[in-house]
Design a protein around this ligand. Structure first.
Ligand code: 13P
Length: 323
């Protein structure tokens, strides 16, 4: 894709939807991602859980639900998915990790192409549990992000500070998260048209699985900060004054010329408002609304509550109401 001329392929559905104003209002669509982690213990339980979750009424097509089971259940769940809920289901599948190489002598690893071939659309990358227990470094995470974007899958990049940093205050936490994002997203700008496939999940480590979620106001401030960081990294809104004219051209299906180095995504109304930032860390049916009602927070990445169907069902209801 050229970045300094007429972008002939910009009439894709995706770009048109972006320019037609989808996601512009405060009623941005909400995204719920269920991270099952190392649960449940048997395939039968996994199928049952998937069926229960999929059976919740999803009536708003703007709401998106992504289920991320362990690798070992993915292919069975893909087959199960079409038999229990049909292809028209709005439930999407995600993986909890990926490897950065496509093939070769890498025992135990799974490639982005393998996931894509299975029907997976999202990949969680850089979860703090992997950073902690498997010593995943920013460098490894960066390679995973690049490979996954290149494969055309959506990345859910996790970032978040440990408790000792947060104790120093939100400014210190922001600095920590910015540093993670800059390291994890190195060279992503060379995939400019993939940037809309990038979602960041802000998961303060101290809030994960502890029953002590972040304060929604502080999460909203962090989410806005993350969007600003991404905006600066990907040159969003450098020419905001040109936006209305370009948007109108897109709505008429016309091609638009972009200045060197800029992309269609960069001109989305609201600029950095286009990036999706989720919150994760002890989200449950009692607190989900406080996070999801914030316009800066585009959804949630949920661990424990996502494997409890009743509880998760309540969160789905809340998220749809707010979408
Ligand atoms: P909990 O919802 O269990 O706190 O986990 C959050 C998380 O790590 C999601 O990826």
């Amino acid at each position: 894709m050229r970045t300094n001329g007429i972008h002939a392929n910009l009439s894709s559905d995706f770009v048109l939807r972006k320019f037609a104003g989808e996601n512009e209002s405060n009623n941005m669509k909400k995204l719920l991602v269920a991270n099952w982690k190392l649960n449940p213990q048997t395939l039968n339980e996994a199928k049952k859980l998937f069926k229960e979750v999929s059976n919740f009424k999803i009536h708003d097509p703007r709401f998106e639900l992504v289920i991320c089971p362990p690798f070992s259940y993915l292919s069975s769940i893909v087959s199960h998915k079409s038999s229990v809920i049909g292809h028209r289901s709005l439930v999407k599948l995600g993986a909890q990790d990926v490897f950065w190489e496509d093939k070769g002598a890498y025992t135990g690893e799974v490639s982005a192409a393998m996931l894509k071939n299975l029907g997976v659309e999202y990949v969680i990358i850089g979860h703090s549990e992997r950073r902690r227990w498997l010593n995943e470094t920013d460098e490894m995470i960066n390679k995973k992000v690049l490979t996954t974007l290149k494969a055309g899958l959506k990345v859910i990049l996790c970032a978040g500070e440990p408790l000792n940093i947060r104790r120093k205050g939100l400014v210190a936490a922001k600095r920590f998260v910015k540093n993670q994002l800059q390291n994890d997203l190195k060279n992503v700008s060379s995939f400019k048209f993939q940037v809309p496939r990038l979602i960041v999940a802000y998961e303060p480590i101290w809030a994960i699985g502890t029953g002590r979620p972040d304060k929604p106001e502080q999460t909203a401030e962090m989410a806005k900060f993350i969007k600003d960081v991404l905006g600066a990294m990907f040159h969003v809104s450098r020419f905001p004054e040109a936006e209305p004219r370009r948007k109108a051209s897109f709505q008429r299906g016309k091609q638009v010329r972009y200045p060197e180095g800029e992309t269609a995504f960069s001109y989305g109304a609201g600029g950095a408002g286009k990036f999706q930032v989720l919150y994760g860390g002890s989200v449950n049916s009692g607190n989900a609304e406080m996070f999801l009602e914030k316009k800066e927070i585009d959804g949630a990445l949920i661990g424990g509550a996502s494997v409890k169907p009743k509880e998760f069902g309540k969160i789905i209801k809340i998220a749809q109401r707010l979408s």
